[in-house]
Ligand binder design. Structure first.
Ligand code: UDP
Length: 406
């Protein structure tokens, strides 16, 4: 399995994985999150699992079950942690806990290492049996300015874990446990990111009626206000006064994101009457389609207002596209402004950079090459699996001054 990454991922990352595999082979590791499809967490777990299993680790992935009421509450928690004011009642918190209690009865929580992803299943820590494994809370969301009462609740749960992982240092909370920073990553061998043949790309262009002779501006995202789809349309309209282009907004639903439909209809209403704006509703696991769209695009945007990391940024960069991204959350860790993309702070800024790229294809190519290399060195999945497994070794040997891994 790891040998498939030879020649693609940096050699040092593969060496480290070999050593960590020797150390952790045969050990059990469990990931738990709240959806199998939709969003970056599920995207990553689908790819991390087979790599860990291929290294001889007994890795499992479980998903908590919940009803609409539960996911409405957890989406509000998500929004509040990302800084949108939300109101909570004691009853809502009790229900969040209650659903986790039910899940704790149905899921086999027994593993030597347990990674709980995000706030939805965070209360599961209350159902850990004494001495049963090393539990780590992995937070993927942008916690740069959370609503205090909500982050307080989540901190109470997080404090019960042995360690916490955040994507960016400024999201870390004041917890009484060790905190680690792990930036997410993409898998260069997945259907989402592998090389495609011209025929495969052409097929997708025909399927979505993408004209071959007009530049396409693309944003791939769940329909979520933090992804600012309306801001993207406004920027496109400014550009359209001077340059020809079409705009594609591609998104698909996530089971744990009940607000998606409402945001989608806002976007559809806002875009109405412009045949050059294509809103593509893709079914889950449309990986090849997204891969092809990212390759077909002249310009890729990720104009988020809050963003844990933004896998879509690295996905496009890996395909040689310099991304124009909102300067929030994990995006500035991927985009080196003016080198492999541009960071923007407004619709006007986005429009200005789109025009700059549309009018300068040499710059687009040069920055696109830099983008791909930046992802190769920093954001391939081999690096992230190494980070997770190093943390496992770290928590298991907590307190030791020297940890031997070879
Ligand atoms: N994605 C997808 N289909 C869509 C929209 C997004 O497969 O219609 C994928 C996208 O390619 C990326 C992930 O979902 O791999 C989104 O991760 P990101 O970190 O960008 O955002 P999140 O949704 O986790 O906030």
């Amino acid at each position: 399995m790891l040998s498939q990454y030879r020649g693609i991922a940096p050699k040092g990352q593969l060496e480290l994985l070999k050593i960590l595999g020797g150390k952790l082979s045969g050990r059990s590791l469990l990931h738990i999150n709240s959806t199998k499809a939709g969003g970056g967490v599920a995207e990553l777990l689908h790819r991390i699992l087979p790599i860990m299993t291929g290294m001889g680790i007994e890795a499992r992935w479980e998903v908590i079950e919940g009803d609409n009421r539960f996911f409405d509450i957890t989406k509000k928690i998500h929004n509040a942690l990302q800084g949108n004011p939300e109101k909570f009642t004691g009853e809502m918190w009790a229900y969040h806990f209650e659903v986790n209690k039910r899940n704790a009865r149905n899921i086999d929580l027994d593993a030597e290492f347990v990674f709980i992803h995000d706030p939805q299943p965070a209360p599961l820590i209350k159902f850990k049996k004494n001495g049963n494994g090393h539990w780590i809370w992995r937070c993927h969301i942008d916690m740069s300015s959370p609503q205090q009462d909500v982050s307080g609740r989540i901190m109470d749960y997080a404090s019960g874990y042995e360690a916490a992982i955040f994507s960016v240092a400024k999201f870390a909370m004041l917890l009484p446990i060790p905190e680690f920073i792990v930036l997410p990553s993409i898998d260069p061998l997945s259907d989402k990111n592998r090389e495609l043949t011209p025929d495969e790309i052409g097929e997708v262009a025909r399927k979505f009626d993408i004209p071959p002779d007009r530049p396409m501006v693309l944003q791939v995202s769940r329909f979520d206000r933090f992804k600012d789809p309306i801001g993207v349309i406004k920027a496109y309209r400014m550009v359209k006064k001077y340059n020809d282009c079409i705009l594609v907004l591609a998104g698909s639903p996530a089971k744990d994101d009940p607000e998606g439909e409402e945001v989608l209809s806002e976007v559809q209403n806002f875009a109405e009457g412009d045949p050059d704006i294509r809103i593509l509703l893709l079914p889950p696991f449309s990986d090849k389609e997204i891969n092809a769209l990212q390759r077909l695009a002249a310009i890729v945007l990720q104009k988020s207002l809050r963003e844990g990391f933004g896998l879509t940024v690295s996905e496009a960069m890996w395909k040689g596209k310099p991304v124009i991204g909102g300067a929030v959350g994990g995006i500035p860790h991927q985009i080196v402004h003016g080198v492999n993309g541009f960071l923007v702070y407004s619709e006007e800024g986005a429009a200005f950079r789109i025009r700059q790229f549309l009018n300068n294809s040499d710059m687009l190519t040069r920055m696109g090459e830099a983008a791909r290399e930046y992802v190769r060195n920093n954001f391939l999945i081999t690096r992230q699996v190494g980070d997770y497994l190093s943390i496992c070794v770290g928590v298991e040997n907590a307190g030791k001054a020297v940890i031997e891994i070879s």
